[in-house]
Design a protein around this ligand. Sequence first.
Ligand code: MLT
Length: 404
Amino acid sequence: MFKINDNYLKLPGSYLFSTIAKKVNAFTEANPDKKIIRLGIGDVTQPLAPAIIGKLHDAVEDMAHAETFHGYAPDLGYEFLRSAIARNDYADRGCDIGADEIFVSDGAKCDSSNIQEIFALDNKIAVCDPVYPVYVDSNVMAGRTGTYDPKAETWSDVIYMPCTAENDFAPQLPEETPDLIYLCYPNNPTGSTITKAQLQEWVDYANKVGAVIIYDAAYEAYISEPDVPHSIYECEGARTCAIELRSFSKNAGFTGVRLGFTVIPKDLKCGDVALHSLWARRHGTKYNGAPYIVQRAGEAVYSPEGKAQLKEQVAYYMNNAKVIYEGLKSAGYTVSGGVNAPYIWLKTPDGMTSWEFFDHLLEKANVVGTPGSGFGPSGEGYFRLTAFGNYENTVEAVERIKAL
Ligand code: MLT
């Protein structure tokens, strides 16, 4: 009889956003007349920018002619896209990253869950608490996290780095030495950031203890303050200790289009084995590349028109963030985030648990958010709202919450 990967059975419940979707669907079925406003999952609502749509049309046309048709994409992604990324996201920020150190993929969610495959099972991971659940769940599936304590909602072999109001939602260096450190800045879910000096401490620490930082910079386009790093490679020494994950979902609205990339510098080695070659081997074996059409659309993100249009789109969402932040603050809520990130992190009122507040908001205001405890035990008593809704709905949601 075959055996399953029983690590899957260790996973508590379903994926956070699936649980929320089920609850919301049940509510809408029971209350078909209610207009629900969804500020839960960080999914975008604005259409693709005209520069991207134009490039998509052109690329579709390419596929209609033998001379310009494209089959399988190159393993690492098309050169035209990797060079545009290397130039705009790295060289222009003074980071030393070559186009051949960039692996194009269909998004940061897959990369952030798959990257652990190239590390040994007895590596110890450290995560922020609260954290984007994919980092932990993918390590659970691989069998790297030990046993689950349902009371504490923690895994025995995971190092949790609490991010709370007391430390301004920035983790301290852990007491126990990790092998893999997951950091996400600007942060999902708290919307917080760290300065370049703080990130440099992490880079120095990782180089000192021989750890790898898996740095998720999916929200970098939302940075508005000058001292906040856009890439970990702005820090000295990051080439020998850091992998960076990027996404086109949040800066360019590609959640339904799918495009992202991972950077692995060739200097990042375990002994004389370069992680770059392991990931290249994995990519070549398990992946056939993001579609040509989508990679062309990604190229448009870096065109002058694309950049200008996306700046406006980001500003649109950040105006929503301001509406939420200021609206809730004026109503007496304790709020943070929303300045360098499209997420607002608020303390639940009246001692309610995160899920109690979720139900309260859904039933009384017909607004969907994300319970902080879904991101980890230190998220209990907190709640996340996203700025990715449309403006009118965002204003209405804030008015409804204020009226509660
Ligand atoms: C979120 O809501 O945390 C994000 O949408 C998750 C993701 O990007 O996969």
